[in-house]
Write a protein that binds this ligand. Sequence first.
Ligand code: PEP
Length: 250
Amino acid sequence: MRTPVIAGNWKMNKGPKEAAELILELKPLVEGAKATVVLCVPAVDLQSARQALRGSKIRLGAQNVHYMPSGAFTGELSAAMLREAGAEYVIIGHSERRQYFGETDETVNLRVKAAVAGGLVPIVCVGERKEQREAGYTDALVTYQTLIALTGLTPEEVKKVIVAYEPVWAIGTGLTATDEQANQTIRVIRDALSARYGKRVGNAVRIQYGGSMNPKNAKGLMAQPDIDGGLIGGASLKAADFAQVVHFDR
Ligand code: PEP
């Protein structure tokens, strides 16, 4: 059985003080959750978030990691730095990073390898743009993105990775893939993992859906057999909304 994982992606929202306030509001609301709950906060919030999270099962994550351990990479952060600041998870290859910051499948792969080597659990984002879906490329594209991202990891390492299937056209738009559409594409990713690494690995990897997931649609999406959680942007910025997604099973 795969434990569902609901992760909030705060993107470039909230400074250290607001981060602590939101966490203190959220903590009692998500107590008793069956899912693993992760908050991927801006890097400058990690310290205050870690303090605010004391006594809670909520895990902390970052939104990007560089692939080198140290050196002349102005503005970047290494896996060891993020670990020391309290992160256990890290989002890698989010479509916004691919679109605005030149992230490629190859740099995603380098970051994934560095994250795993540095003891962080990567949340690897894959997904198609609208025109790619319309042209019928979705399955081939997400398969390629996933397999390239994980190249160089051992099967045991792959088992611990989280993949987030995020159709780009559904992120921040209010448009959501239907429950069946999301499950079908996630199934394609799982089959590709099974074909490459064996069924034991394919069945173990947690694959989230992301793209305008909210309290209204979470239950239906999570009822699908291959969807193991969500990566939540907008709805993770309001404690009550995020808590409702976390408690999708109630
Ligand atoms: C995201 O940022 O990964 C995301 C899914 O955003 P939203 O939930 O706002 O669509």
